[in-house]
Design a protein around this ligand. Sequence first.
Ligand code: G4P
Length: 546
Amino acid sequence: FPMSTTASESPHDSRTDNPFPPDIQRDVAKRRTFAIISHPDAGKTTLTEKLLLFGGAIQLAGTVKGRKSARHATSDWMEVEKQRGISVTSSVMQFEYHGHTVNLLDTPGHEDFSEDTYRVLTAVDAAVMVIDAAKGVEAQTIKLLNVCRMRDTPIITFVNKLDREVREPFELLEEIESVLGIECAPITWPIGMGKTFRGVYHLLNDRLLHFAAGQERRSESERLDGLDNPLLDAQFPAEVAKLREDVELIQGASGPFELAGFLAGRQSPVFFGSAINNFGVQEILEALLDWAPPPQERNGGERLVQPAEAEFSGFVFKIQANMDPKHRDRIAFFRVCSGRYTPGMKVKHVRLDREIKLANVLTFMANERLLMEDAVAGDIIGIHNHGNLHIGDCLSEGEALAFKGIPYFSPELFRVARLRDPLKSKQLQKGLQELGEEGAIQVFENLGSGALLLGAVGTLQFEVVAQRLQTEYKVDAIFESADIYTARWLTFPDDNTRRNFEREQLHRMAKDVDGNAVYLASTRYNLEVTREKWPGVAFHSSREHG
Ligand code: G4P
């Protein structure tokens, strides 16, 4: 296996020419921060549970007896969190594995799919993409991969459920390449599938991994001296010819795995397995340790920030409101980008230009210790706050940094907010402004009618906002459907064009919480027509915070 890359090209701080603190360098190099992306039901939860088992982050009494007991363990842990009044379940899971500190960030899916799902991906250094081998590339995988692509995040692919009758592996790889536009480099190759799934052949180290359903730990593997080994004929008389043929095809058809291509987000190493049977899971973990990058430099606006710098910095990528109506507490999820967090440290809130003290910061390790004592680049810390921290906010040790690349995405669902009690319109306005600034939902004000519009990427966002309006602002609002297909942020070549555009399109224009101009298209056709008519105006499907 190639060696993993180091945290930084140079161990020196180019601003001062001083070496980076060695303890920070060492700890940063150990970090691996990643997320699992998948379409619902592909096996993300199952894979997460198996990874946590490997890392010892969850321990099950006795042996693992499949999903039922695993689920039980997870729900116990949720109960603990409920008692402590926080709800950060499985948002971030940190565990140690083979001398590394692994941070696994959850990407909310199913009903709780929201903008957070996208934003989490701005806080990771790599992603594992789970594909259901029977279904191939699905809608949500495409969306999430497109977000990864904005930062060229390295992707490891896990093709899951080989214990079932699934699609042909070659066909799946072709689909990944053509639909997702990422080159596939198979690392393991399946021998059979479904009832005749025998295991995988590891193309890089010439090993055979035997599959046995319901296994608890890693599978037995044996080294082959080449694929013409007669041992194979003896063990798998029915499958061996196909395996040899497949491997020849792979070697002719796909390029070999190249670390540089993976790190640049162009090529994805592909593993086949069965998460529920814990088969192929350890290989994923090892690929993460060996190949996925440790925290890298980040664009801090003013300059590039190196992860091993002495000064602490980072940004908020997600806000989770505590649903306890008595408290307006929120937890801001903060990705450390440089330096070291120590309890009680004072940092600068760059946007508010104010000093704040970081005490009682949470970690999300799935054991008893909940108070964070130490964090370096790549780690996620949870900061309690009462609304002062918004998505994209930066904390530093004094420098006016502004980390780039935490986008707002064009919402896919729209609602018009209407009050049951018209006298509460001030509160509604205030509530929506604050929730919009915090990043819970996107809020637009129609320039023509003045109506307040809410935009989201998942329906749960509307429910959360309705509930928070009620508990935090005492506003009873109903959200009605709006005749909007999508929104685009606008930039104009000059003021004259802007005025002309506004004159003609006022009823389809809005401003967001930060005052940016937005076009509200009623249909895809409407968007195309308007674009054609105004070639000088740029229509953007995302924008950065701030
Ligand atoms: P998600 O988080 O991506 O939505 O997927 P999840 O892990 O919940 O898995 C979705 C379903 O696929 C589950 O079945 C799970 O047991 C199953 N599954 C996951 N990995 C494998 C695998 O390697 N092989 C097979 N055959 N199935 C797998 P379910 O019926 O929804 O739940 P349950 O009844 O198993 O608990």
